[in-house]
Write a protein that binds this ligand. Structure first.
Ligand SMILES: Nc1ncnc2c1ncn2[C@@H]1O[C@H](COP(=O)(O)OP(=O)(O)OP(=O)(O)O)[C@@H](O)[C@H]1O
Ligand SMILES: [Mg+2]
Length: 509
């Protein structure tokens, strides 16, 4: 008997079928992966299991063999189902403890919240799973990895037996991912059933027992992970053979375009985060900045685009000094950025897709004329980007909020690449994208390079840096500690370990 069984589940939004007759059988105690392209309908399906959406007529949901209707999340929780969403749902000014017990607070005889009991219960769970949380910290002050543990604890506190994790590792650093795997194994060892959505094929191999593949809202098949290769998974998902390697010719670097010298900036706590940072990038090259998360990458990017105060140093694009200019002026000088946090920086979720394409350029020709928006031009531009970047569904009138996570990311990429910057700072550009989309975005970045532009690629994924970069610099504690040229990158056999050592501050430049 299956722990959870879905038969012929469909979900229509307006005229769009996000799920179309999906079957899913999850056994008790297994880790079951869900694989599918951006917009395939994975999150929608999970929201149905968690009672957030009601499926269309004609489908069935069985829990432990019994036919059930999951009317609400409250009811899902009663059935022992918990969910951690793709975008976390924590209350940022609240403490960890307050968030975990929210809505199910234990009360004492007087009807007051019994924090003492709540804290004891939360600490017991935290220790059992080795989560190492401090329940009194506020969400806004803890790392993303910690926030995720809070979300998982929240489901455990509600006695979840079946836990749904929607792209849990997309937002984690490699170090946090290792911890996360440990947590999943631990949950499994304690008899929990896990459904996990991920775009990372090696991750499926690493932690999942079985994997259900869906494509364009339809069920394709369920495979036994130990009998399947990453290539198999990729082609089943996309419906064609996918090349996991990047195709690019040798770079032909031209003039220096971005020149950063002796740059210094503080972090939010007022401590030095970027220290005497030096880097020069030429036209026609992709420079990868490798480093462990938290070594000043976020602060560096913010300083470069005018969102963080620069203490000293210089940033020049095409010889023009940018220090002291506003973010808008910097953008007009053709320095663009794909931000790390797409929901907070990159998009206005309640604006239409087409409006998100022109956030910085709406007042310019051809989109405006004497203050009037030329809808025809805007629509033409927006529709072309939807086509070129395969953003689904092809509806420029939808609010960005209603697009899948990966398609939201594609909107930002499309906008910034289409603006034709001289230098594009790509900060974790492929986070949350499926392998087909990653292949495409990498190709677009190479095209930008071949058109004589420069790309500063910042990623915590060393594989992405090594595969895509023509040159690599390593950042440790806010400074560049090593520079590797294309010869070294392509010829050295243990390049990954080599860079890993630099990143840990132990290599020799
Ligand atoms: N509330 C909604 N209104 C309209 N369309 C929606 C809504 N929610 C989802 N969709 C559409 O349904 C499709 C499936 O979305 P879903 O979020 O399930 O995809 P996904 O497989 O999780 O993708 P990703 O990997 O990018 O997160 C998308 O095309 C999306 O635009
Ligand atoms: Mg999703």
């Amino acid at each position: 008997m299956f722990r959870l069984e879905l038969k012929n589940i469909s979900k229509t939004f307006g005229h769009f079928k996000a799920n179309d007759g999906i079957n899913l059988s999850v056994s008790s105690g297994e880790v079951h992966a869900i694989l599918g392209e951006n917009g395939a309908g994975k999150s929608t399906l999970m929201k149905i299991i968690f009672g957030l959406y009601q499926p269309d007529q004609g489908g069935e949901i069985l829990i432990n063999g019994e036919k059930t209707q999951i009317q609400s999340p409250r009811f899902a929780i009663k059935l022992g189902i918990g969910m951690v969403h793709q975008h976390f749902m924590l209350v940022r000014p609240f403490t960890i403890l307050q968030n975990i017990i929210l809505g199910v607070e234990p009360r004492n005889a007087l009807g007051m919240i019994d924090y003492k009991r709540a804290r004891a219960e939360v600490m017991k769970l935290s220790e059992e799973y080795n989560f190492k949380i401090d329940p009194e910290l506020k969400i806004e002050n803890i790392s993303v990895g910690m926030q995720q543990r809070v979300e998982i604890l929240k489901t455990l506190y509600r006695n979840a037996e079946l836990i749904i994790l929607d792209e849990p590792t997309a937002v984690l650093t490699p170090q946090e991912i290792t911890d996360f795997y440990r947590i999943v194994r631990n949950l499994k060892a304690r008899g929990k059933t896990i459904i996990i959505i991920t775009h990372k094929l090696h991750e499926i191999k690493e932690i999942a027992d079985s994997c259900t593949i869906i494509r364009k809202g339809r069920y394709i098949e369920t495979v036994n992970v130990s009998e399947t290769s990453e290539e198999d998974l990729a082609s089943k998902m996309v419906g064609r053979k996918v090349d996991l390697k990047i195709k690019k010719e040798k770079a032909h670097p031209g003039d220096e375009v971005l020149c950063i010298s002796a740059l210094n900036a503080n972090n939010d706590k007022g401590l030095p985060a970027v220290r005497n940072f030096d880097l020069t990038i030429r036209r026609g090259e992709i420079l990868g900045l490798a480093g462990i998360d938290g070594n000043g990458q976020s602060e560096l990017v913010e300083a470069l685009v005018g969102l963080r105060k620069i203490k000293s140093g210089s940033v020049k694009i095409n010889g023009r000094e940018l220090v002291g200019l506003t973010p808008k002026q910097i953008y007009e000088n053709k320095l663009a950025m794909i931000p790390e946090d797409r929901q907070r920086r990159g998009l206005v979720l309640d604006f239409k897709v087409k409006e998100n394409f022109v956030l910085q350029t709406i007042a310019n020709a051809p989109f405006s004329n004497y203050g009037f928006i030329i809808t025809r031009e805007l629509d033409k531009f927006a529709n072309a980007l939807m086509e070129r970047f395969d953003i689904r569904p092809r509806n420029i009138e939808l609010n960005a909020r209603n697009l899948s996570g990966g398609n939201q990311q594609k909107i930002i990429l499309a906008r910034e690449i289409a603006n034709n910057p001289d230098v594009l700072i790509a900060f974790q550009p492929t986070r949350g994208l499926d392998v087909g989309a990653i292949e495409y975005i990498h190709q677009e970045l190479v095209k930008l390079r071949d058109a004589g532009k420069a790309v500063l690629l910042i990623s915590y994924e060393l594989d992405e840096i090594i595969n895509l970069s023509d040159r690599i610099a390593v950042i440790v504690e806010g400074s560049v500690t090593a520079n590797l040229d294309d010869q070294t990158i392509s010829n050295e056999k243990n390049i990954k370990e080599h860079i890993g050592l630099y990143m840990a501050g132990r290599g020799h430049a």
